[in-house]
Design a binder for this molecule. Sequence first.
Ligand SMILES: [Zn+2]
Length: 341
Amino acid sequence: MKLNNNARTSSCLFLVLTLVGSCFCSGWNYDPTSPYGPESWPEHYPFCNGTSQSPIDIVTAGVTEVSNTSPLIMTSYDEELPNQLFLLNNGHSVQVNIPQSSQIVLISQGGLQSVYMLEQFHFHWGETNSEGSEHTVNGKAYPLEIHFVHYKSSYTSVGDALANVANDTSALAVLGVFVQVSSDVRAVSEDLESLLSKLAEVTHEDDETELESGFSLDDFIPCDRTFFRYDGSLTTPTCNEVVVWTVFKNPIYVTADKLAEFRTLYATNSTSAEQIQLTHNFRPVQNLNGRTVSLYADPDGTERCNAKGSASAARFCPVVVVALNTLITLALLLVLRNDVV
Ligand SMILES: [Zn+2]
């Protein structure tokens, strides 16, 4: 069949629109110079243009302190996670999914109106140590932020919550944890370091590797659980404004070498002709638009940090004893050698 000029133009236009449309439906990234970068998200994902978006800059002088509230309860965060946990590079981040069968990890109280079940956690990082976290405090960014994504227990999953969130602006609850760099091995999170040592096995999109069993999420949470709370959104498209945010005030720590491994990852799969590095994956901060940010102090923080400090000292004590013994032995050997000579 031969097409006339109008029909041919319409067909071409349809084809172009279809191709562009398919790119817009699945394509978004963190490159500010890209037509799919964060500045363009609102064009393609209308919720990203809302007035309660995340992340935000938390200005501590403007927060409202909340007192006389029951502390945040984090159930099973201190228990060993089950075997068969996998670390996945999904092209936008690296993520650990908590299996449906063992969803016993949950949060409640601390100002939350419901119980929320943990489904997954993932990471946001930057190209240098002066950027990377999505939230900032008084304009300051941390090099890494971890998000623990929970859904309200009346839903069956995050996907179910997003599909059925009519007027439910508290369908999800996300914990944000800042991570700072430290060269003090006693301060770093041992389980986080262990997890990050597996990043080399998920270099490309869709790469997945099994984690070693036996770690608990407690090590990923600061011992002083003082936190900021505000109502916001997903920080990735489709930017639904359904998230109760809990951002811990204090960071946990990791070594610079382990952190740098994030910057060696790729946003593309291993067979892709064009390889795109995943050097950074944080959305710029959004306008507060009059929202309230609250501060909840942790009444048990000092006690929990003291206990953790003692445990850390006990962990390193044997190392110190061995080192001292070695030094004493060497000194004795030198003395004996001098005596013989
Ligand atoms: Zn996130």
